[in-house]
Design a protein around this ligand. Structure first.
Ligand code: BJW
Ligand code: ZN
Length: 261
């Protein structure tokens, strides 16, 4: 238990106690304290060290699959060695205290699931579900747990067992559509909720960044948890400035949702 204490506005604690349909919408910041780098933080974000256009687009994979596959194997190794943090655990706890909770993440890790959230909507896919780049059939990794290769190491992707084309990471790259079922579930949850938490996301990537705005339009209370400002600040009802792993346990405690109540 960290001794950082966050003052939660009483009106927010009350809104949380009274909410029936709650959405938790997360981004890379929720996994930051598990040691997984975010994308856009100035010094530590992945995009400060790596070129997004050369790694996270279908064109990049077509041009040089070994570079792209090696980079994603490096990230998969990191996630496999990481553990959920207090924010993931508080979000999993929340499901025991509110009538309906939808966890919608942009993250490609599985830390919400490993913290115990039963049903997680992944808008940008997963590092753990590779598929064929041509026929889209689900594929297995050639190695279960990659050793920690350095970030720039080339690794040839496995060949699809059905058609022989290179296997690609099961993530959503720039210019690609979000998985239809996940996006529809997210739309329905955001439009029908009474409280939405936007946690650890820069609110810059669309269409995901639309979700808090849709919740606002539907009359929901929107709460942001982030140590930095984002374009959502002006519209959110509450901006809780701090690290997700500090703020989320305080938030649950403020509503009287004790760890074993
Ligand atoms: C903490 C913390 C702590 C730190 N606690 N918080 C122009 C205008 C509008 C849209 C577009 C446009 N040009 C192109 C587009 C579309 C594009 C887009 O949105 N681009 C914008 C960047 C401009 N979107 C797409 O292409 C999407 N598809 C699409 O639109 O299809 C239709 C279409 C088709 C054809 C052409 C055009 C459109 C797909 C988007 C896919 C995003 N993919 C990625 C990579 C996934 C794979 C991988 O992991 O490599 O998804 S990009 C990356 O960003 C990743 C993330 O999920 C996503 C969001 O990032 P996130 O989670 O918000 O992280 P950060 O780093 O940005 O922010 C972290 C935050 O945490 C910060 O605020 C910190 O302060 C905070 N933080 N520590 C709490 N301890
Ligand atoms: Zn195939």
């Amino acid at each position: 238990m960290k001794n950082t204490h966050h003052d939660i506005p009483p009106a927010l604690a009350q809104a949380l106690r009274q909410a029936r349909r709650v959405v938790v919408f997360t981004g890379a910041g929720v996994s930051a304290e598990s040691g997984i780098a975010t994308f856009r933080d100035a010094l530590t974000g992945l995009w400060s060290r790596f070129d997004a256009q050369a790694l996270a687009t279908p064109e990049a994979f077509a041009a040089d699959p070994d570079i792209v596959w090696g980079w994603y194997e490096w990230r998969r190794a990191q996630v496999l060695r990481a553990a959920p943090n207090a924010a993931h655990r508080a979000i999993a706890d929340l499901a025991r205290h509110v009538p309906e909770l939808a966890v919608i993440t942009q993250n490609v890790d599985d830390l919400h699931e490993r913290a115990g959230s039963p049903c997680v909507t992944h808008l940008h896919g997963s590092l753990h579900a590779p598929r064929c780049s041509r026929c889209a059939s689900p594929q297995a990794f050639a190695v279960d747990v990659p050793d920690e290769p350095e970030a720039g190491r080339r690794i040839t992707p496995p060949a699809c067992t059905a058609c022989g084309a290179p296997v690609r990471p099961g993530v959503v790259w720039f210019g690609e559509s979000l998985p239809a079922q996940a996006w529809n579930d997210a739309l329905r949850a955001a439009q029908g909720c009474d409280l939405l938490f936007s946690i650890g996301t820069s609110s810059l990537v669309y269409p995901a960044a639309e979700l808090p705005r849709l919740a606002l339009a539907g009359g929901a209370t929107v709460v942001q948890v982030n140590p930095a400002a984002t374009p959502l600040d002006a519209q959110a009802h509450h901006n809780l400035r701090g690290a997700a792993a500090d703020v989320m346990p305080c938030l649950l405690a403020s509503a009287g949702f004790g760890e074993d109540s």
